[in-house]
Design a protein around this ligand. Structure first.
Ligand code: B12
Length: 305
Protein backbone atom coordinates (compact mmCIF):
# COMPACT_ATOMS: atom_id res chain seq x y z
CA UNK A 1 0.00 0.00 0.00
CA UNK A 2 1.39 3.43 -0.90
CA UNK A 3 1.80 5.65 2.09
CA UNK A 4 0.26 9.06 1.60
CA UNK A 5 2.54 11.46 3.35
CA UNK A 6 2.57 14.86 1.69
CA UNK A 7 0.12 17.68 2.12
CA UNK A 8 -1.18 17.59 -1.46
CA UNK A 9 -2.03 13.89 -1.40
CA UNK A 10 -3.52 14.05 2.06
CA UNK A 11 -5.66 17.05 1.18
CA UNK A 12 -6.93 15.32 -1.96
CA UNK A 13 -7.71 12.10 -0.11
CA UNK A 14 -9.61 13.72 2.72
CA UNK A 15 -11.51 15.98 0.31
CA UNK A 16 -12.57 12.97 -1.77
CA UNK A 17 -13.47 10.98 1.34
CA UNK A 18 -15.94 13.72 2.18
CA UNK A 19 -17.35 13.77 -1.36
CA UNK A 20 -16.30 17.35 -1.86
CA UNK A 21 -15.23 18.82 -5.18
CA UNK A 22 -12.29 21.19 -5.34
CA UNK A 23 -14.72 24.04 -5.99
CA UNK A 24 -16.80 23.16 -2.89
CA UNK A 25 -13.76 23.25 -0.67
CA UNK A 26 -12.50 26.41 -2.32
CA UNK A 27 -15.85 28.16 -1.78
CA UNK A 28 -16.01 27.08 1.83
CA UNK A 29 -12.54 28.41 2.51
CA UNK A 30 -12.93 31.56 0.43
CA UNK A 31 -10.22 30.49 -2.02
CA UNK A 32 -10.05 29.95 -5.78
CA UNK A 33 -10.50 26.42 -7.10
CA UNK A 34 -7.09 26.69 -8.80
CA UNK A 35 -5.51 27.36 -5.41
CA UNK A 36 -6.85 24.05 -4.09
CA UNK A 37 -5.70 22.33 -7.29
CA UNK A 38 -2.22 23.80 -6.80
CA UNK A 39 -2.08 22.64 -3.18
CA UNK A 40 -3.09 19.13 -4.21
CA UNK A 41 -0.52 19.02 -7.01
CA UNK A 42 2.15 20.29 -4.66
CA UNK A 43 2.89 23.37 -6.78
CA UNK A 44 1.83 25.75 -3.99
CA UNK A 45 1.81 25.50 -0.23
CA UNK A 46 -0.83 27.11 2.02
CA UNK A 47 0.22 29.77 4.48
CA UNK A 48 -0.17 29.21 8.22
CA UNK A 49 -3.68 30.72 8.41
CA UNK A 50 -5.03 28.67 5.49
CA UNK A 51 -3.46 25.51 6.87
CA UNK A 52 -5.34 26.01 10.14
CA UNK A 53 -8.55 26.73 8.24
CA UNK A 54 -8.21 23.49 6.28
CA UNK A 55 -7.52 21.48 9.45
CA UNK A 56 -10.51 23.08 11.21
CA UNK A 57 -12.79 22.55 8.25
CA UNK A 58 -12.08 18.83 8.13
CA UNK A 59 -11.62 18.55 11.86
CA UNK A 60 -8.24 16.90 11.38
CA UNK A 61 -4.95 17.54 13.09
CA UNK A 62 -2.33 19.77 11.50
CA UNK A 63 0.15 16.98 11.98
CA UNK A 64 -1.94 14.65 9.85
CA UNK A 65 -2.34 17.27 7.15
CA UNK A 66 1.40 17.87 7.06
CA UNK A 67 2.20 14.17 6.92
CA UNK A 68 3.87 14.16 10.34
CA UNK A 69 1.35 11.82 11.92
CA UNK A 70 -1.03 9.14 10.72
CA UNK A 71 -3.62 10.05 13.32
CA UNK A 72 -6.35 11.53 11.22
CA UNK A 73 -8.77 12.85 13.76
CA UNK A 74 -8.36 15.99 15.71
CA UNK A 75 -11.25 15.85 18.09
CA UNK A 76 -11.44 12.09 18.58
CA UNK A 77 -13.55 10.42 15.92
CA UNK A 78 -16.17 13.01 15.09
CA UNK A 79 -17.30 12.76 11.48
CA UNK A 80 -20.42 14.90 11.59
CA UNK A 81 -19.14 16.62 8.48
CA UNK A 82 -19.73 13.44 6.43
CA UNK A 83 -21.40 14.67 3.28
CA UNK A 84 -23.80 13.00 0.90
CA UNK A 85 -22.97 13.28 -2.75
CA UNK A 86 -26.10 15.40 -3.25
CA UNK A 87 -25.81 17.42 -0.13
CA UNK A 88 -25.38 21.14 -0.38
CA UNK A 89 -22.11 22.25 1.28
CA UNK A 90 -24.10 24.82 3.21
CA UNK A 91 -25.86 22.05 5.14
CA UNK A 92 -22.55 20.49 5.95
CA UNK A 93 -21.25 23.75 7.38
CA UNK A 94 -24.45 24.43 9.27
CA UNK A 95 -24.36 20.93 10.78
CA UNK A 96 -20.72 21.30 11.75
CA UNK A 97 -21.34 24.62 13.52
CA UNK A 98 -24.46 23.31 15.20
CA UNK A 99 -22.72 20.18 16.42
CA UNK A 100 -19.81 22.20 17.81
CA UNK A 101 -22.12 24.57 19.66
CA UNK A 102 -24.12 21.79 21.28
CA UNK A 103 -21.01 19.78 22.06
CA UNK A 104 -19.50 22.75 23.82
CA UNK A 105 -22.71 23.23 25.82
CA UNK A 106 -23.81 26.41 24.08
CA UNK A 107 -27.48 25.82 23.45
CA UNK A 108 -28.23 29.52 22.98
CA UNK A 109 -25.84 29.83 20.07
CA UNK A 110 -27.06 26.50 18.66
CA UNK A 111 -30.66 27.69 18.86
CA UNK A 112 -29.90 31.05 17.30
CA UNK A 113 -27.98 29.38 14.49
CA UNK A 114 -30.88 27.09 13.60
CA UNK A 115 -33.63 29.68 14.00
CA UNK A 116 -31.71 32.13 11.80
CA UNK A 117 -31.31 29.38 9.21
CA UNK A 118 -35.07 28.70 9.28
CA UNK A 119 -35.89 32.38 9.11
CA UNK A 120 -33.54 33.25 6.28
CA UNK A 121 -32.64 30.27 4.24
CA UNK A 122 -33.68 26.67 4.79
CA UNK A 123 -36.94 24.80 5.16
CA UNK A 124 -37.69 23.10 8.46
CA UNK A 125 -37.77 19.83 6.54
CA UNK A 126 -34.15 20.30 5.41
CA UNK A 127 -33.05 21.42 8.86
CA UNK A 128 -34.60 18.29 10.38
CA UNK A 129 -33.07 16.01 7.78
CA UNK A 130 -29.62 17.49 7.18
CA UNK A 131 -28.84 19.00 10.54
CA UNK A 132 -30.82 17.62 13.48
CA UNK A 133 -31.33 14.00 12.41
CA UNK A 134 -27.78 13.53 11.15
CA UNK A 135 -26.31 15.14 14.23
CA UNK A 136 -28.26 12.74 16.45
CA UNK A 137 -27.07 9.79 14.43
CA UNK A 138 -23.52 10.99 14.93
CA UNK A 139 -24.24 11.30 18.65
CA UNK A 140 -25.38 7.65 18.63
CA UNK A 141 -22.20 6.57 16.89
CA UNK A 142 -19.97 8.43 19.32
CA UNK A 143 -21.96 7.12 22.25
CA UNK A 144 -21.54 3.55 21.01
CA UNK A 145 -17.79 4.16 20.78
CA UNK A 146 -17.77 5.52 24.34
CA UNK A 147 -16.54 8.87 23.09
CA UNK A 148 -19.69 10.62 24.24
CA UNK A 149 -21.26 9.85 27.57
CA UNK A 150 -24.90 9.54 28.51
CA UNK A 151 -25.23 13.09 29.84
CA UNK A 152 -23.83 14.54 26.61
CA UNK A 153 -26.30 12.42 24.63
CA UNK A 154 -29.22 13.51 26.87
CA UNK A 155 -28.17 17.14 26.56
CA UNK A 156 -28.02 16.78 22.77
CA UNK A 157 -31.49 15.18 22.65
CA UNK A 158 -32.97 17.85 24.89
CA UNK A 159 -31.48 20.73 22.95
CA UNK A 160 -32.80 19.13 19.75
CA UNK A 161 -36.30 18.90 21.15
CA UNK A 162 -36.25 22.47 22.45
CA UNK A 163 -35.18 23.70 19.04
CA UNK A 164 -37.82 21.62 17.27
CA UNK A 165 -40.52 23.25 19.40
CA UNK A 166 -39.22 26.68 18.41
CA UNK A 167 -39.12 25.70 14.74
CA UNK A 168 -42.80 24.86 14.72
CA UNK A 169 -43.91 28.37 13.64
CA UNK A 170 -41.58 28.11 10.63
CA UNK A 171 -43.28 25.01 9.29
CA UNK A 172 -45.00 26.14 6.14
CA UNK A 173 -48.36 24.62 6.71
CA UNK A 174 -50.46 23.82 3.67
CA UNK A 175 -54.19 24.18 3.86
CA UNK A 176 -55.78 21.48 6.02
CA UNK A 177 -56.52 18.43 3.89
CA UNK A 178 -59.31 17.05 6.05
CA UNK A 179 -57.33 14.06 7.33
CA UNK A 180 -56.22 13.49 10.88
CA UNK A 181 -53.72 11.15 12.47
CA UNK A 182 -52.60 9.95 15.87
CA UNK A 183 -48.87 9.44 16.26
CA UNK A 184 -46.89 7.77 19.01
CA UNK A 185 -43.85 5.74 19.97
CA UNK A 186 -44.77 2.20 20.82
CA UNK A 187 -44.92 1.17 24.49
CA UNK A 188 -41.49 0.64 25.96
CA UNK A 189 -39.70 2.79 23.41
CA UNK A 190 -38.28 6.04 24.74
CA UNK A 191 -37.10 7.34 21.40
CA UNK A 192 -39.50 9.97 20.22
CA UNK A 193 -37.61 12.60 18.24
CA UNK A 194 -38.06 10.80 14.91
CA UNK A 195 -41.81 10.44 15.36
CA UNK A 196 -42.06 14.11 16.31
CA UNK A 197 -40.31 15.00 13.06
CA UNK A 198 -42.66 12.78 11.08
CA UNK A 199 -45.66 14.31 12.84
CA UNK A 200 -44.49 17.87 12.17
CA UNK A 201 -43.98 17.13 8.49
CA UNK A 202 -47.45 15.57 8.23
CA UNK A 203 -48.88 18.67 9.91
CA UNK A 204 -47.02 20.73 7.29
CA UNK A 205 -48.72 18.63 4.59
CA UNK A 206 -52.13 19.64 5.91
CA UNK A 207 -52.87 16.79 8.32
CA UNK A 208 -54.43 17.48 11.69
CA UNK A 209 -52.02 15.65 13.97
CA UNK A 210 -52.28 14.40 17.55
CA UNK A 211 -48.89 13.44 18.86
CA UNK A 212 -49.11 11.34 22.02
CA UNK A 213 -45.47 10.60 22.94
CA UNK A 214 -44.53 7.23 24.43
CA UNK A 215 -46.14 4.67 26.76
CA UNK A 216 -49.84 5.11 26.08
CA UNK A 217 -51.94 2.11 27.16
CA UNK A 218 -53.51 0.33 24.18
CA UNK A 219 -57.10 1.04 25.28
CA UNK A 220 -56.31 4.75 25.37
CA UNK A 221 -54.86 4.62 21.89
CA UNK A 222 -58.07 3.02 20.66
CA UNK A 223 -60.19 5.59 22.51
CA UNK A 224 -58.16 8.48 21.06
CA UNK A 225 -58.48 7.10 17.53
CA UNK A 226 -62.23 6.99 18.05
CA UNK A 227 -62.59 10.37 19.79
CA UNK A 228 -60.46 12.17 17.25
CA UNK A 229 -62.00 10.30 14.33
CA UNK A 230 -58.47 9.64 13.16
CA UNK A 231 -57.84 8.39 9.63
CA UNK A 232 -54.36 7.13 10.34
CA UNK A 233 -52.30 5.72 13.17
CA UNK A 234 -48.59 6.47 12.91
CA UNK A 235 -46.40 4.19 15.06
CA UNK A 236 -42.66 4.48 15.66
CA UNK A 237 -40.29 1.86 17.07
CA UNK A 238 -36.55 2.26 17.42
CA UNK A 239 -35.60 -0.80 19.44
CA UNK A 240 -36.06 -4.20 17.79
CA UNK A 241 -37.21 -5.67 21.12
CA UNK A 242 -40.33 -3.50 20.79
CA UNK A 243 -41.49 -5.02 17.51
CA UNK A 244 -43.80 -7.44 19.32
CA UNK A 245 -45.44 -4.51 21.07
CA UNK A 246 -46.07 -2.91 17.69
CA UNK A 247 -47.60 -6.11 16.42
CA UNK A 248 -49.84 -6.43 19.52
CA UNK A 249 -50.92 -2.81 19.33
CA UNK A 250 -51.87 -3.17 15.67
CA UNK A 251 -53.81 -6.38 16.38
CA UNK A 252 -55.73 -4.70 19.21
CA UNK A 253 -56.53 -1.63 17.12
CA UNK A 254 -57.66 -3.69 14.15
CA UNK A 255 -59.98 -5.76 16.31
CA UNK A 256 -61.71 -2.71 17.81
CA UNK A 257 -64.85 -2.02 15.79
CA UNK A 258 -64.44 1.76 16.14
CA UNK A 259 -61.10 1.54 14.32
CA UNK A 260 -62.20 -0.57 11.38
CA UNK A 261 -61.18 1.83 8.64
CA UNK A 262 -58.00 3.15 10.06
CA UNK A 263 -54.77 3.00 8.08
CA UNK A 264 -51.70 2.14 10.09
CA UNK A 265 -48.18 3.05 9.14
CA UNK A 266 -44.98 2.17 10.96
CA UNK A 267 -41.38 3.34 10.89
CA UNK A 268 -38.30 4.01 12.98
CA UNK A 269 -34.92 2.35 13.28
CA UNK A 270 -36.34 -1.08 14.22
CA UNK A 271 -38.07 -1.29 10.84
CA UNK A 272 -35.04 -0.17 8.87
CA UNK A 273 -33.17 -3.40 9.64
CA UNK A 274 -35.31 -5.38 7.20
CA UNK A 275 -37.47 -3.53 4.68
CA UNK A 276 -40.22 -6.18 4.91
CA UNK A 277 -40.70 -6.18 8.67
CA UNK A 278 -43.62 -3.78 8.46
CA UNK A 279 -45.71 -6.43 6.74
CA UNK A 280 -45.12 -8.95 9.51
CA UNK A 281 -46.52 -6.57 12.16
CA UNK A 282 -49.69 -6.07 10.11
CA UNK A 283 -49.19 -2.43 9.05
CA UNK A 284 -50.47 -0.86 5.83
CA UNK A 285 -47.21 0.82 5.03
CA UNK A 286 -43.74 1.82 6.11
CA UNK A 287 -41.23 4.54 5.29
CA UNK A 288 -37.64 4.94 6.37
CA UNK A 289 -37.46 8.72 6.51
CA UNK A 290 -39.82 11.58 7.23
CA UNK A 291 -39.48 12.60 3.60
CA UNK A 292 -40.60 9.18 2.32
CA UNK A 293 -43.41 9.21 4.87
CA UNK A 294 -44.99 12.16 3.15
CA UNK A 295 -45.03 10.23 -0.16
CA UNK A 296 -46.30 7.04 1.50
CA UNK A 297 -49.15 8.89 3.13
CA UNK A 298 -50.06 10.58 -0.14
CA UNK A 299 -50.30 7.18 -1.82
CA UNK A 300 -52.29 5.63 1.00
CA UNK A 301 -54.81 8.45 1.06
CA UNK A 302 -55.23 8.16 -2.71
CA UNK A 303 -56.26 4.55 -2.19
CA UNK A 304 -59.06 5.63 0.21
CA UNK A 305 -58.83 6.00 4.00
C1 B12 B 1 -31.34 10.10 21.50
C2 B12 B 1 -31.22 8.60 21.71
C3 B12 B 1 -31.76 8.05 22.87
C4 B12 B 1 -32.56 8.86 23.86
C5 B12 B 1 -33.94 9.17 23.24
C6 B12 B 1 -34.44 10.54 23.67
C7 B12 B 1 -35.71 10.89 22.97
N1 B12 B 1 -36.47 11.72 23.62
O1 B12 B 1 -36.03 10.44 21.87
C8 B12 B 1 -32.61 7.89 25.11
C9 B12 B 1 -31.56 8.29 26.10
C10 B12 B 1 -33.95 7.80 25.82
C11 B12 B 1 -32.20 6.56 24.48
C12 B12 B 1 -32.34 5.37 25.14
C13 B12 B 1 -31.85 4.16 24.67
N2 B12 B 1 -31.15 3.96 23.55
CO1 B12 B 1 -30.98 5.32 22.18
N3 B12 B 1 -30.43 6.53 20.91
C14 B12 B 1 -30.58 7.81 20.72
C15 B12 B 1 -29.91 8.30 19.42
C16 B12 B 1 -28.58 8.95 19.79
C17 B12 B 1 -30.70 9.26 18.57
C18 B12 B 1 -32.13 8.79 18.23
C19 B12 B 1 -32.77 9.80 17.31
O2 B12 B 1 -33.49 10.66 17.75
N4 B12 B 1 -32.41 9.76 16.01
C20 B12 B 1 -32.82 10.77 15.04
C21 B12 B 1 -34.22 10.47 14.51
C22 B12 B 1 -34.72 11.66 13.68
O3 B12 B 1 -34.08 9.36 13.65
P1 B12 B 1 -35.14 8.15 13.66
O4 B12 B 1 -35.62 7.92 15.04
O5 B12 B 1 -34.53 7.02 12.93
O6 B12 B 1 -36.38 8.72 12.85
C23 B12 B 1 -36.39 8.90 11.44
C24 B12 B 1 -36.83 7.66 10.65
O7 B12 B 1 -36.53 6.44 11.30
C25 B12 B 1 -38.29 7.87 10.40
N5 B12 B 1 -39.29 7.43 11.38
C26 B12 B 1 -39.22 7.40 12.74
N6 B12 B 1 -40.38 6.99 13.26
C27 B12 B 1 -41.23 6.77 12.25
C28 B12 B 1 -42.56 6.34 12.23
C29 B12 B 1 -43.20 6.18 11.02
C30 B12 B 1 -44.61 5.69 10.98
C31 B12 B 1 -42.51 6.43 9.81
C32 B12 B 1 -43.20 6.19 8.53
C33 B12 B 1 -41.17 6.86 9.82
C34 B12 B 1 -40.54 7.04 11.04
O8 B12 B 1 -38.38 9.27 10.26
C35 B12 B 1 -37.49 9.91 11.16
C36 B12 B 1 -37.01 11.19 10.53
O9 B12 B 1 -36.39 10.94 9.28
C37 B12 B 1 -29.75 6.94 18.65
C38 B12 B 1 -28.68 6.94 17.56
C39 B12 B 1 -29.31 6.75 16.16
N7 B12 B 1 -28.53 6.24 15.24
O10 B12 B 1 -30.45 7.05 15.91
C40 B12 B 1 -29.56 5.97 19.82
C41 B12 B 1 -29.92 4.46 19.67
C42 B12 B 1 -31.16 4.31 18.83
N8 B12 B 1 -30.17 4.03 21.04
C43 B12 B 1 -29.69 2.88 21.26
C44 B12 B 1 -29.78 2.21 22.52
C45 B12 B 1 -29.00 0.91 22.66
C46 B12 B 1 -30.55 2.73 23.56
C47 B12 B 1 -30.78 2.10 24.94
C48 B12 B 1 -31.04 0.58 24.95
C49 B12 B 1 -29.57 2.49 25.79
C50 B12 B 1 -29.57 1.92 27.20
N9 B12 B 1 -28.64 1.04 27.41
O11 B12 B 1 -30.38 2.29 28.00
C51 B12 B 1 -32.00 2.88 25.45
C52 B12 B 1 -33.34 2.20 25.05
C53 B12 B 1 -34.48 2.82 25.78
C54 B12 B 1 -35.80 2.34 25.25
N10 B12 B 1 -36.42 1.39 25.91
O12 B12 B 1 -36.26 2.84 24.24
C55 B12 B 1 -29.00 2.28 20.05
C56 B12 B 1 -29.85 1.19 19.39
C57 B12 B 1 -28.99 0.07 18.87
C58 B12 B 1 -29.80 -1.10 18.38
N11 B12 B 1 -29.15 -2.19 18.33
O13 B12 B 1 -30.95 -0.99 18.03
C59 B12 B 1 -28.72 3.52 19.20
C60 B12 B 1 -28.68 3.28 17.69
C61 B12 B 1 -27.35 4.11 19.67
C62 B12 B 1 -26.20 3.26 19.31
N12 B12 B 1 -25.46 3.56 18.28
O14 B12 B 1 -25.94 2.30 19.98
N13 B12 B 1 -31.66 6.74 23.28
Amino acid sequence: MTKINNLGDRLKKIRKDKNLRQIDLANSLGLAQTTIANYEQGTRFPNEKTLSQIADFFNISLDYLLGRSDTLINNEAITYQQRDINENTEFLLLRKKYFDFVLSGDKDLATKLILDAARNKFSVRDIYFYVLERSLKEVGRLWEMNIMDISQEHYFSNVTQQIMSQLYPYINTKEKNGYSCISLSVNGDFHNIGIRMVTDLLEAEGWKTYYLGSNIPTQNVIKTVKDRKADMLVISATMAFNLDSVSNLIKAVRSAKECKNIKIIVGGRAFNIDKHLWKTVGADGYASTAEETVKLVENLTKTEV
